[in-house]
Each structure stands twice: as structure tokens, then as C-alpha cells.
Design a protein around this ligand. Structure first.
Ligand code: 3PG
Length: 208
């Protein structure tokens, strides 16, 4: 699967920082059921690799690793079963390590976008989106970088996801709001499914 094929599966990628392995399967099921099968598990907890391995077993889930900062992170998450990787940025080492693997690196400035484009990337994470100018920055970047598409994350919420997705150069959005720490700790999977459903409806313009 290419990164384009992966992001075409859902309008929103939940960004998941999961503290316990026990949460992995019910969380992935809850999100798949809510219509969001593409899941980014950040490598920010001790159990992240185990969480990826567990979630990868859930039917319908397309599980990737986030916060991939080094070739070692990429290698470890691939071994755990991640089928794509996401990084807040891009280094030459990471680009080499990610060759032939579905990868969504981050870039926000024109020079970073040009460097990533030279390496063959057509879709980039735009993080932290709200801090780097949000929708007006993305609209401005569409001028010189007409062919590039972005996945804004960082400050994307129910209240603004629709306007982000309405931009022609926004392919998909990501965010942590879909699965909060407290719901994960409480095992409130139904609330997570409901929020995912609502987000999909908003993305489709079916709900405000
Ligand atoms: C990420 O890693 O993409 C961000 O933590 C997401 O930011 P958010 O918490 O504002 O959604």
C-alpha cells in the first residue's frame, strides 16, 4: 500500500498516545467501528511498539507509527507491524531508511517542503498546524506548491476540521482529540466510537 492509498481510506487520522497494552485492541476496534481505520500510534510511550503489534491484529485497522524521529524508530515500528510511518519532520537519514515504505514526513516552511519534494514526497504532515499559520498558511502554500498535499495536525479539532479539509491541498487531517487520556483510562470505548462517527460526519459535511 502506498501512503496515498492509506490516507485515502479516511478523512481523519487519530493520533494515539497509548499508555497501556490492554487499551490497544478495544481502542483500535472502537475507532474502526466509528469509521476511522487509519491509526497513528505515537512512539511516545514505553508500550508503543506492543500497542502497534496488538492493534495490527484488529480486522480493518491500518496501523502506523507516529513520532518517528530516527531510522531506528522506523525499523522498530516496522518490525512491530506498522504499515506506515509518520514523522514531525524529515532528515536525510530518515528519508533513506524510509525508501520504499509508506511514510508521511513533516514540513512547514517553503525550504522544508522543497527538500521533501526533491526527495519524492507528495504528501507531508503540517505540524504543529495551528501554530504555523493554520488554514491561511496552507492556503498560501498552495500557490508555489500546487502539487503538494498536506496532513495538518496540531490544534485540529471538531470545530475546525471541516475548514481544513475544504482546502484543496489538504488530503487528510490528524489529531489526538478523538481518543482522550481519560476515556482510554476509563475504557470508555463507546464514547470514542461516537466521537469518531461525529468527526466522519463533520468531514463529510453531514453535521456541523
Ligand atoms: C501530533 O503528534 O500529531 C500532535 O500531538 C497532534 O496534536 P493535537 O494534540 O493538537 O491533536
Amino acid at each position: 500500500m502506498t501512503i496515498d492509498a492509506i490516507i485515502a481510506r479516511a478523512p481523519i487520522i487519530p493520533v494515539l498516545t497509548v499508555e497501556t497494552v490492554e487499551a490497544a485492541i478495544p481502542l483500535a476496534r472502537a475507532l474502526v467501528e466509528g469509521g476511522l481505520p487509519v491509526l497513528e500510534v505515537t512512539l511516545r510511550t514505553k508500550v508503543a511498539l506492543e500497542v502497534i503489534a496488538a492493534m495490527a491484529q484488529v480486522p480493518g485497522a491500518v496501523v502506523g507509527a507516529g513520532t518517528v524521529l530516527s531510522p531506528a524508530d522506523l525499523e522498530a515500528s516496522r518490525k512491530a507491524g506498522a504499515v506506515f510511518g509518520v514523522s514531525p519532520g524529515l532528515t536525510p537519514e530518515l528519508a533513506r531508511a524510509a525508501e520504499g515504505y509508506p511514510f508521511l514526513p513533516g514540513a512547514v516552511t517553503p525550504s522544508e517542503i522543497m527538500a521533501a519534494r526533491d526527495l519524492g514526497y507528495g504528501v507531508l504532515k503540517f505540524f504543529p498546524a495551528e501554530i504555523y499559520g493554520g488554514q491561511s498558511a496552507l492556503a498560501a502554500l498552495a500557490g508555489p506548491f500546487g502539487g503538494m498535499r498536506f496532513c495538518p495536525t496540531g490544534g485540529v479539532r471538531e470545530s475546525n476540521l471541516r475548514t481544513y479539509l475544504a482546502l484543496p491541498n489538504v488530503a487528510v487531517v490528524g489529531g489526538t482529540w478523538l481518543a482522550g487520556k481519560s476515556e482510554m483510562a476509563a475504557g470508555d470505548w463507546a464514547a470514542i466510537t461516537a466521537r469518531a462517527r461525529r468527526a466522519v460526519a463533520i468531514a463529510r459535511g453531514e453535521e456541523e
